[in-house]
Write a protein that binds this ligand. Structure first.
Ligand SMILES: *Cc1c(COP(=O)(O)O)cnc(C)c1O
Length: 412
């Protein structure tokens, strides 16, 4: 590596991280703001920064590193595939791609006729779903307030937050946002000109906010009644995050389209659009494509990720450690933490005051990566391999972190 990656100068005041961050600011577009740390290495649920400090990674690359960092099965599968056949384009088929499509159809218990389209990111998977919806010939597509479906223009049209949308208008037309969790509003908006209803079972980016019980089933009922598609965005919720392979299955609903990305490749970029039954016929030959889609290395990464989740019974680990983490955060975090939303290892600590950013900063200084997903919600989305001891170490630290992040509030 040292031959191709220049090392940082000796550092600013002996801190290599600062030298790297200075170079970042001079070379990388500032779309993400100032990076919190400069990371150089990871192993299991831990990462290290360029100054040698260790962090327990309770965010996992935003709900993505399902197997943590540098998992030997994943690195082995990726290395072996790259050394065998790395990329061929979709003019050709490869074993990893076909095996992964079959595996996803199987895990989703998809009916006959279902098919998979592979993409490279969550936004791109939702673009694919959007194009499937357009092919119904109907103009309207319904999404929810608080929704996050990605940043490309089609996905952005489905994303709700004005600050993300407004700088890029006009966006592709026909998207409407309905009040969150309001079945009556959905029934009122529904008509035979609706192509699709697009939903997250739990909205990750608006604070790990679950749809009310019954909403998903009601959405299935009204979309079926009007011949519209039900699209479930499982980009963040899928691949074991909730302690089930997919978040929607617990609700007893069979959708028409499911999109997957974040956790699917265990950190290697890959996404999938799974179209169920007749919905799989809407995109015809030549109507969609992407050069990297279903690339053998990315497909091998996804197969390895799914294999380890099954082999090591990580869904049971997610349920057990997740329940313990939830209870611990609720008990140790009171009274600032008023509730914990989410399922499995995907939790939103709801705060009584908008101090999430301060709490996340205090956590980082103490060696824990968490995410202030909204001003009053701290999101935890650790690797699915998180151990009880690791969860407990965060819970044990939490009272002091809360103390630090609230003590000088009055002064502010
Ligand atoms: C992250 C996310 C996306 C966008 O995925 P990218 O890979 O960042 O494009 C879409 N939908 C949901 C629910 C997400 O959490």
């Amino acid at each position: 590596m040292s031959e191709i990656l220049p090392s940082a100068r000796d550092g600013v005041d002996g801190r290599p991280s600062q030298a790297w961050l200075d170079r970042y600011a001079q070379s990388v577009m500032p779309t993400y703001g100032v990076p919190q740390r400069f990371l150089v290495r990871g192993e299991g649920s831990y990462v290290w920064d360029a100054d040698g400090r260790r962090y327990l990674d309770l965010l996992a690359g935003i709900a993505t590193n399902a197997l943590g960092h540098a998992h030997p099965t994943l690195t082995g599968a990726v290395s072996a595939q790259l050394a065998t056949l790395g990329h061929v384009s979709n003019f050709f088929a490869t074993g990893p791609q076909v095996a992964l499509a079959e595996r996803l159809l199987d895990l989703l218990d998809a009916p006959d006729g279902s098919r998979v389209f592979f993409a490279n990111s969550g936004a791109e998977a939702n673009e694919g779903a959007f194009k499937i919806a357009r092919r119904t010939g109907r103009p309207r597509i319904l999404a929810l307030e608080g929704a996050f479906h990605g940043r490309t223009l089609g996905a952005l049209a489905l994303t709700h937050r004005p600050a993300y949308r407004e700088p890029f208008e006009p966006l592709p037309g026909g998207a409407e946002h309905l009040p969150f969790g309001d079945v009556e509003a959905l029934r009122a908006a529904m008509a035979d000109d609706v192509a699709a209803v697009v939903l997250e079972t739990i909205q990750g980016e608006s604070g790990v906010r679950p749809l009310p019980e019954g909403y998903l089933a009601a959405a299935r009922e009204v979309t079926s009644a009007h011949g519209a598609l039900l699209v479930v965005d499982e980009v963040q919720s899928g691949i074991g995050r909730t302690g089930q392979w997919f978040a929607h299955t617990r609700h007893g609903v069979v959708p028409d389209v499911v999109t997957l990305a974040k956790g699917l490749g265990g950190g290697i970029p890959i996404a999938a659009v799974v179209a169920f039954g007749s919905a799989a016929t809407l995109l015809g030959a030549g109507q969609h494509g992407t050069t990297f889609g279903g690339n053998p290395v990315a497909s091998a990464a996804a197969l390895a990720t799914l294999h380890v989740i099954e082999r090591d019974d990580l869904l049971a680990n997610v349920r057990a450690v997740g329940a313990r983490l939830r209870d611990g955060v609720l008990a140790a975090g009171a009274p600032l933490v008023t509730g914990v939303t989410g399922e499995g290892l995907w939790l939103g600590a709801q705060l009584a005051r908008p101090v999430a950013a301060r709490l996340a900063a205090a956590a980082l200084s103490a060696g824990f990566i968490v995410n202030a997903v909204t001003p009053d919600v701290v999101r935890l989305a650790p690797p699915l391999i998180l151990t009880t001891d690791q969860a407990d170490s965060f819970v044990a630290a939490l009272p002091a972190l809360i103390q630090q992040s609230t003590s000088d509030e009055a002064v502010r």
